[in-house]
Each structure stands twice: as C-alpha cells, then as structure tokens.
Design a protein around this ligand. Sequence first.
Ligand code: TRP
Ligand code: ZN
Length: 517
Amino acid sequence: MPIRSSVYAACAVVVAALVVGAAAPVAAAPLDPADLGGSAVSGTVAPVAAAPPEATRPGGRSGAVGAPGVDDPFFPLAGNGGIDVQDYDLRLSYNPATDRLEGTATLRIVATQDLRRFDLDLRKFTLGTVTVDGVPAAITRDGQELQITPKRTLRKGAAFTVVVPYAGVPEPVVDPDGSSEGFVPTKDGAVVVNEPQGSPGWYPANDTPRDKATYTIAMTVPRGLTAVGNGALVSQTAAGGRTTFTWRERFPMAPYLTTITLGKFVVTTGRAGGIPTYVAVDPSQARASDPVLRKLPEMVAFLQDLYGQYPFETVGAIVDDAPNVGYALETQTKPAFDRAPDDATLLHELSHQWYGDAVTLRQWPDIWLHEGFATWSEWIWAERHGGQTAQQRFDELAQEPADSYLWNPPPGDPGSPADLFSGSVYDRGAMTLQALRVKIGDPAFFTLMRRWYAEHKYGNVSTPEFVALAQQVSRQDLGAFFTAWLYTPGKPPFLADDGAAAASARLAASEGGGRRR
Ligand code: TRP
Ligand code: ZN
C-alpha cells in the first residue's frame, strides 16, 4: 500500500554508530563544539551498499572503498558512501576583481564502514596538500569525485579530520534545467545558492541532503563588502583593507542549503519574536523589498502558530540583484532572493525553513515534499490574511485544461532532474495538500502537518512516510488518493472543467464515499 514502497525499501535508515563528541585533532577547531549536545540532531547517512573490498595492496591494509554516490535517482554521483560529516569549517577569501576563491576546508567525519579510500564532491579548483588526521593523503580526481586515500585504513566508527586547501575561479554549476547555481558572480560580489548540486562548485562536500552537519563559514572580502552566511554572525573583523565575516550554523544543515553570498548590502538586525534577525539588502532592491521584509516577523509568527516552533536559532533574508540566477532559494536561516521578493515569495521561502530545511527529502524525486508544502503555505497565508482562500486557488487551478503545464509531470514522480522545479511540482503538489485537507478535514490535516514537522525535524523523509502518517492521523486508507494526486500523469479524471466542488464530490463518489467535509 505505501506507494512505490520497493523504491524505498532499499533505503531504510540505519543509524550510523555516531561517535558523539569524539575529539578530533583539528587545527582550526569549530567555534561551537558543543553542538546541541544531543544525538537526536546529529546527521546520519543512509547506508550505501558497500563496494566490494579491493585486494589488499602490497604492504597496505585491506578495506572497502567508499561509493562515489548514494544512489540518488537524479544525481547518482552526489554524496558519497561510507562517510558521515559532522562539521564543516570553511575559511575562505574571495576577490570580486579577480573572481578568485581560496581557502581551507576542514571536515570532521565519522566512517560508517571500513575505508581504504573515500570521496568528497568538488568541481575544479587547484588543491594544496590534503591531510587526514594531519597526515598527507593520496589524491585522485575523477569529475566531481575528489578521491582521498589516507595513509592508514579508517575503521568503521572512527572519527577523523580531513583538511583540504584549495583555490581557483569558481565555475557556476549548470543544472539539467539550464539554471545556474553554486558560486555565481554578481556585479558587486557573488550570490551563493546550491539547490540541488551547486555546493561542490565552491567547497568539498558530502553533497547529499541526507548528510546534515553543522557549519562554520568564514569569508574574507574587500572592505565595503558584506559576506552573509547561515546562522549567527560570530565575528566581523577588519584588517589590511579586508573584512572577515565568520558565520556559525549550529543546527544540522544539508549542503545544498549553505550560503556565503557577498556584495554591497544594507544590513538590518532586529528580532522576530525572540529570534534574532539579520536582513541584508542590495541597495538597488531596498525600495521594493522594504515593505515586504517588514512583514518577516509576522510571517515567522504565523508559520510557528501553524506548524510549530521555528527550527533554528536565527532568521533573516538576503536580497541581492542577481538576474543571472533568476530564482529564490530557502538557504537555511536566511533565504536568498535574486531580486526584491513579493509577499508570497518571502512567505514561500520562510515556510521552507520548516518543510525543506528542517524536514528534508532523502531523494530528489520527492521534491514535492518541499515545493508543494511551500506553495500551499502561500495559499493558507493568503486565506488567513483576507486574500483568496486555498480552496479558491485550488478551484481556479482545477479549471486548467488537460494540456496545461499543471498536470505533468505528476508531482510525486517528476521523472527527470530537468523537471525537478517544474510548475506541476509546485502547484499540483499544493493541490494535493489542499485536496487532502478537504478529504480528512481541518483538524486532522493540521495535526498531520504539525506532527510531520515535529517527528522529522532535523531529519530526512520520503513520500511513503508522509502517506503513512496521513493514514494514521486520519484513520483513512489514502492509497488511491495519493496515487491519483502524486503519481498519475495527466489531469486527474475526477477533475472536470466544472470546478472543484463538483470534482471533490466526484472523487468521493469514485472512492465509495465516506468523505467528510
Ligand atoms: N527551491 C527554490 C524555491 O524556493 C527554487 C529553485 C532552487 C529553483 N533551485 C532552482 C528553481 C533551480 C529553478 C531552477 O522554490
Ligand atoms: Zn520553494
């Protein structure tokens, strides 16, 4: 009954043996080693079938090689087997005049299997001497795979530290849908957004949303520019005509949600409820964005009431002028905008902090768990603020003809990475939630939304898990419902062009009734 359960059966999460608080010999120690102090929020990685052990090298020790990917259907080489990154410490500098990025990445990692060799993901760049626990390691490179062979085989469960010095001109990563991401130059700096695969364009990462970690990102830029990262600003120091901004995100973060966007910004700090805010706006966007950004505290309060307590320690926004990017992204704690957002876009990206950033997909084809939820969040904001109700929006969309963008690909099965962010994932994904709301009623629906968040905060999820929780909360068999809404191509036959009230009635009839309203 769980949809496509076979796809997911292979990826039951095994909690890796976490070495909580293990001291690693780190030169540049993370600023905040007492991360939350609980294993409940430590990142874990779903296991990957171990590669067959390679023959013992002469004079070496036997051990497995970490797989080059974690079997994501859309990005098979993203992420790596055998490692669970606990913390990233990125010390970087960037000069917009030369477009040169240089720095050192220090990763604290736990081996989830014996490792003779393991990979990180990094595109291009010239490397300095890479070390594992202070000892130079052998390096080979194969596309985005940075293959690291430590002097000694790492044992399963061992904590170790990798240091990667690197430099070069970052190349934006171009996605299958043609969009640019990673470290993307702007007229006064760079906008840094990574969904789904931009991170290896500017730092060595275990680039899978399954491996969340804490981050320190320090960026040195010419005086007059501001570098804005995730989490809290730990320090801002000026020296020799340059300024270093050090940011710390002490909550688990997927690599694609990192940022260190830099440029000329007007910064405003304040509070949203009890949460410290940091909002950075490109001066050219200030006039258009100020009236929208003023609503940020109200939006955070609204989302907390609806879904549960805000998941992180800081909140804010980065509004840049980046027409070459062309989309906004829910970078953790500070969504990044390519231009002044409107109310709906700000609300959308803020709602991703709950659904997307705190509760994160395990595989990219489940993207509707982010985009459908954020789009539906826009609808309920409008409904509760004197605008169109979510049902009115649904009814409007239900009129879309069969050949509309809206119906394909089906949101639960986008089919190709080029369709990851297609309109159907957003709008038909949101319609799925609205149809579910009508089918199970508001009390069950809002309980479901809150429990989904509370039970998976800081973790990873799949669609079958959402279906199972919806069934548990509603005490209804929803298999046919979700198959129709999420996995069946084309306009659902129970939606004719005569509006959703009639459509809902038809759906109920086709399922034998029993629907309450
Ligand atoms: N996830 C972003 C959002 O909030 C959209 C996005 C990220 C995107 N990467 C993209 C859209 C690449 C198009 C292309 O909706
Ligand atoms: Zn979104």
